[in-house]
Design a protein around this ligand. Structure first.
Ligand SMILES: *Cc1c(COP(=O)(O)O)cnc(C)c1O
Length: 241
């Protein structure tokens, strides 16, 4: 077994354990491999090992790896900060954009999807820690945003749920309150969201905290390091964004 396949197997085992401990069905939790700064060969290994989807952060890196058929066989997601001027390169290329962090970005995606004659699946990113350094909707505006978007005639986005990256935790368990708050927001949104999609996701949890996220109700964890190993910043791939 390759290292990546082995890592995926152990992450899956940890997901299953966390789910069982929370009285949840492990099957309802999707494993999204955060493959930034890992090459096409690494992505292919993850696909071969049965990863549920791969998530990219940088538009140019994703375009390069798409041209190398890195993701063939698994859904591709965009999970990183997305600038409006790069929307064109992402809409229609990915099954789901996790990181829709403003109405301006949402509008741009909607416009581009309409031009391409498709409907783009998106998640609303919530700035759950209220951090100045992060973008994202405020928890209290989520309901209004969903209602506003769903009321639009000729809409070309499908809101499939919520995503969050809580503050960097100093110790284990520290982000539990944020994860629980996200779960509440998600549960409150479900009746509205079911009007536009029957597949809904709560995307939260990374290598350092996915077990807590699962305990709180995450349905999609985005795991990089625990699958692909440590990222080497300063390596050529970093210049690709
Ligand atoms: C890199 C990244 C992850 C995964 O982070 P790890 O700590 O390596 O698991 C998850 N979500 C987003 C948005 C990321 O950029």
């Amino acid at each position: 077994m390759s290292t990546i396949a082995g890592n995926i197997a152990s992450v899956r085992a940890r997901i299953a354990e966390a789910a069982r401990a929370a009285g949840r069905d492990p099957q309802e939790i999707l494993l999204c491999g955060a493959s930034k700064m890992n090459d096409a060969a690494a992505c292919r290994e993850a696909v071969a090992a049965g990863i549920d989807c791969l998530g990219e952060n940088r538009v140019q890196e994703m375009a390069q790896k798409l041209s190398e058929h890195a993701y063939d066989g698994a859904p591709l997601h965009f999970i990183g900060v997305l600038q409006k001027n790069k929307v064109r390169q992402v809409v229609g290329q990915v099954d789901l954009i996790h990181s829709v962090d403003s109405m301006g970005l949402l509008d741009e995606i909607d416009k581009r999807a309409a031009m391409n004659g498709l409907t783009q699946n998106i998640l609303l990113e919530v700035n759950i820690g209220g951090e100045d350094s992060k973008s994202g909707f405020r928890p209290e505006e989520v309901e209004y945003v969903i209602k506003t978007v769903l009321a639009r005639p000729g809409r070309h986005v499908r809101i499939q749920g919520l995503m969050a990256i809580p503050p960097i935790a100093g110790k284990k368990g520290e982000n539990m309150p944020y994860f629980l708050e996200m779960h509440h927001l998600f549960v409150d949104s479900i009746p509205l969201l079911l009007h536009n999609s029957d597949k809904l996701y709560l995307s939260m949890g990374m290598s350092g905290d996915f077990e807590d996220a699962i305990a709180a109700g995450s349905t999609m964890v985005r795991v990089g390091t625990a699958i692909f190993g440590a990222r080497h910043y300063g390596a050529p791939a970093e210049n690709l964004s």
